[in-house]
Design a protein around this ligand. Structure first.
Ligand code: SF4
Length: 697
């Protein structure tokens, strides 16, 4: 029977960008259950991850003391067996571990210059930790070589949004879907990745919102869709340009909005001449009349929204895909009113906040460009430190820079590039090549296995801090249980590294860090910690100290120099790697409902791991028949870059001729196969398309 609840602590779910508010029920300093609270984005609901994904914090694998690599350890990159941890690492005091961590970073900076170091922070941590981490890299390492997992999920969306409307965040919360007549849900699977938002989409559909579901991989929202367009993988620009062509040719666009609030209409109109539905139908696999029907539906709606996910963003033409979606909404005047808007469903619970806080290589906090002298001068004044003007390297560029001996030392907090990066053989060789690697995490992750120093970090239920969800809602997480063993707060560890590198930081705690963030970031004006303590959630921007934040943005003007938004034409480009007789199948990677990203937390949560215990490859039954394979059979999947093994699962949602592999399973790592080629604007890899083949094991 369940122990009596001694304490109830209000916090936020640590997984997806929905940012559900929850209650930790605590007994004897352990979380025994989690329940939903009535937050603005979840109204009491939680999905299976939020409800059951908490016991990883007590897992036997949890790091409880600092570790340093043994002098006689097997070489980096040799297979790491956690059961033989002591062959690779030995326990150390905090003093020794920090001294060793800082000595290596300082030495490499001294020998090779500031650009020889880089840092990867995390969207799993708080805003305060993200802010502090990027400040350390910029003022301590001396470069802008700092990034995090936004580069692997929505960097192309942010690039296109900043270019088009001057702001990288959503224009309206997903709760506005209930006010929309039409909602396009494209390239995303919210039932797995944003389950509580998916519930709201279904509720809206029941109440009359027409859901237009566009995806190459069918998913269960299809049962609630008024229109389902299962397009050919990688053909988004063809389909979306054809819709834009119809809207302009049939004069269905919002003439007043175009005249008063947009730039670039004439160029877009001329560009779209060649993109008739008849010309694009063979490319995208959608009948021309169907394209016309959906384009007219969207354009004639009084209020319409567009939601998208990584099926749109994770392509070498991801920025182009998003440019098309922006053009669609803008042409039809579907921004700035209730029930309208552009909403990239952000992945990680704090990917919005970490990006806002400056955990990206080209932007200081609040998207102030590092190469803007005025912005830099403001931060130099605030931080009392000179700052580099050169934008830093992005996640995948850092890996290449290690191979070219440009980066020699790294500090990685809470990220797992040995699982999350494309072309893992290449990435893992880079991690092994580093002269000095400091990892701060909860477990010896696949990345930590390459470390010289491992610093035991704090889990979300053990810390105080703010996070910002996909709706721009800044929310407060509170500590529910004590840190185990010798684990320390992440902000404390970042500060200790900063001090070890000669910086005179003396933050007493996250509250003081947040106060400094408010000085640096106008977006946090009127969102004090005291207010968050009382209200738990405030949307930014918030124009008054007591009033509500702004749920729907850009009613009058866009935050661009002219106040107008910009239409940008997108050209048809094929995926970087296409199929051939050797590699005839298309691979797309993604997440499962039960597991989060590289699985470090959810695979150590008992209920979630029981539900989805091992690596799988999903294929349509027709594909299995064609390849003479059976569901449940072990198979080997090969690409030009690597191979992995997993069990076959029949899945009618995966189009024939394609495979879908979740990237959370280390024993069958999907990213051994994926293509590292980048979108030239957002620098995001093409996780949603590469060529593979199947073979029996
Ligand atoms: Fe957590 Fe997202 Fe599930 Fe909500 S929908 S409980 S935020 S994983």
């Amino acid at each position: 029977s369940r122990q009596p609840v001694e304490q109830r602590v209000h916090s936020i779910c640590p997984y997806c960008g929905v940012g559900c508010q929850l209650e930790y029920q605590v007994s004897n300093d352990r979380i025994i259950a989690v329940d939903g609270r009535s937050g603005p984005s979840n109204e009491g609901r939680l999905c299976v991850k939020g409800r059951f994904g908490f016991d990883y914090i007590n897992h036997a694998d949890r790091l409880r003391v600092p570790l340093v690599r043994r002098e006689d350890a097997p070489p980096k990159g040799a297979p790491f067996d956690p059961a033989e941890r002591d062959r690779y690492f030995r326990e150390a005091s905090w003093e020794e571990a920090l001294e060793r961590a800082c000595e290596g970073l300082v030495r490499l900076k001294h020998q090779h210059g500031a650009s020889a170091l880089a840092g990867l922070g995390s969207a799993k941590g708080s805003n305060e930790e993200a802010y502090l981490f990027q400040k350390l890299v910029r003022t301590g390492f001396g470069s802008n070589n700092v990034d995090h997992c936004t580069r692997l999920c929505h960097a192309s969306s942010v690039a296109a949004l900043l270019e088009g409307i001057g702001s990288g965040a959503v224009t309206a919360s997903f709760m506005q879907v209930v006010n929309a007549e039409v909602a396009i849900v494209i390239g995303c699977n919210p039932e797995s990745n944003h389950p509580v938002a998916a519930n709201l989409f279904k509720q809206a559909a029941r109440n009359g919102t027409q859901l237009v579901v566009i995806d190459s991989r069918g998913h269960s929202l299809r049962e609630h869709a008024s229109h389902l367009l299962q397009l050919t993988p990688g053909s988004d620009v063809a389909l979306l340009n054809a819709m834009l062509h119809v809207i302009i040719r049939e004069s269905l666009y919002d003439h007043r909005f175009v005249a008063e609030r947009l730039e670039g209409f004439d160029a877009l109109q001329a560009h779209l001449d060649d993109y008739s539905p008849e010309a694009m139908a063979p490319l995208c696999g959608i009948d021309a009349e169907r394209i016309r029907e959906v384009a007219r539906l969207f354009a004639r709606a009084e209020r319409a929204m567009i939601f998208w996910g990584m099926g749109i963003s994770q392509h070498t033409h991801g920025t182009d895909n998003v440019r098309c979606l922006i053009a669609l909404a803008l042409l039809c005047g579907q921004v700035g009113r209730p029930g309208t808007g552009l909403h990239p469903l952000r992945g990680q619970n704090n990917v919005q906040g970490a990006s806002d806080a400056g955990l990206i290589p080209m932007m200081l906090p609040d998207y102030q460009r590092v190469d803007n002298a005025e912005a830099r001068a403001r931060f130099e004044q605030l931080w009392q430190s000179p700052l580099a003007a050169q934008p830093g390297l992005t996640v995948v560029e850092m890996i290449d820079a290690i191979h070219h001996d440009q980066i020699r030392g790294m500090y990685i907090m809470g990220e797992n590039p040995a699982m999350s990066d494309p072309d893992l053989n290449h990435s893992r060789q880079a991690l092994a090549r580093l002269e000095h690697l400091v990892v701060q995490d909860l477990f010896i992750t696949e990345t930590a296995a390459y470390a010289d120093v491992i610093l035991p970090a704090s889990a979300w239920p053990e810390k105080s801090g703010t996070v910002t969800n996909t709706n721009r809602q800044v929310q407060l997480g509170r500590p529910a249980v004590s840190l185990p063993g010798q684990c320390r707060q992440d902000w404390w560890i970042i500060q200790a590294i900063a001090q070890g590198m000669g910086l005179d930081w003396a933050y007493p705690g996250p509250e003081a860090i947040y106060r400094e963030m408010q000085q640096a970031m106008p977006s946090l004006t009127h969102i004090d910690r005291e207010r968050l303590e009382r209200e738990n959630s405030v949307t930014y921007p918030c124009p008054t100290p007591d009033g509500e934040g702004t749920d729907v943005l850009f009613a009058d003007r866009f935050p661009t120099a002219s106040g107008k938004a910009r239409l940008v034409a997108a050209t048809l480009l094929p995926p970087d790697e296409t199929c051939d007789s050797q590699y005839p199948l298309i691979l797309s990677t993604g997440r499962l409902l039960e597991h989060w990203h590289t699985g470090a937390m959810t695979r150590r949560s008992r209920v979630l791991d029981t539900l989805e215990p091992g690596a799988i490859v999903c294929a349509h039954p027709l594909t299995l028949r064609e390849w003479k394979l059976q569901a449940g059979e072990a198979v080997r999947v090969e690409s030009r870059r690597g191979a992995m093994k997993a069990l076959l699962r029949a899945d009618e949602a995966v189009p024939p001729g394609s495979l879908f592999i979740p990237f959370c399973f280390a024993e069958g790592a999907a990213n051994l196969l994926t293509n590292p080629k980048l979108d030239p604007f957002g620098k995001i890899p093409e996780f949603k398309y590469c060529a593979v083949r199947l073979a029996p094991t």
